[in-house]
Write a protein that binds this ligand. Structure first.
Ligand code: GSH
Length: 160
């Protein structure tokens, strides 16, 4: 069984978790302080960290995805047709390197996002201990809107 150490607010963790789920590779999801402890097992201290069934640890989502591709034939994510595979590699590299820039914008440019993300990252780090559903503390002083309202809004929050 694989063990994936990550955080809900970490896009690279969500990327690898989605991959494991899509590929139907049995895994445990581990977050909070236990995820930080896994950082001691790898050279670059970034999440996600994957522990393989044989016990060894590795990180960096892109090479991990390619390694899993080589180990498990079913439900692969790289197309067999070379031109399509090239597009897949290109999209992966673009999203991996550059979509984080958009993410940081959506995360920190507006006060309502700053409030929400501060709480979310505290929640991740304290394994839920940072979260108290106090709606007023999530309210943006400029717009009066609350993060909770935005979560429940019909439209996706990133398409404002
Ligand atoms: N290239 C890495 C990037 C991983 C990464 O940047 N992870 C972030 C969280 S999403 C992190 O651990 N940041 C902590 C830090 O930079 O100290 C991957 O694809 O897994």
């Amino acid at each position: 069984m694989y063990k994936l150490f990550g955080a809900l607010g970490s896009p690279y963790s969500m990327k690898l978790r989605a991959l494991l789920r899509y590929r139907r590779l049995a895994h445990l999801w581990i977050d909070g302080s236990a995820a930080r402890e896994a950082l001691a097992q790898v050279r670059a201290p970034v999440i996600p960290v994957l522990q393989y069934p044989d016990g060894h640890y590795d990180n960096d989502s892109t090479p991990l995805i390619y390694d899993l591709e080589a180990r498990h034939p079913d439900r692969g994510v790289v197309p067999s047709e070379p031109a399509q595979a090239f597009i897949a590699h290109l999209l992966e590299d673009f999203a991996d390197e550059w979509l984080t820039k958009a993410m940081f914008g959506y995360r920190w440019l507006e006060e309502v996002d700053q409030v929400q993300m501060s709480r979310w990252l505290a929640f991740d780090n304290l394994k839920g201990g940072g979260w108290k559903p106090a709606r007023n503390s999530l309210r943006c002083s400029a717009t009066g809107r609350s993060a909770a309202w935005r979560w429940s809004a019909a439209r996706p929050r990133t398409f404002r």
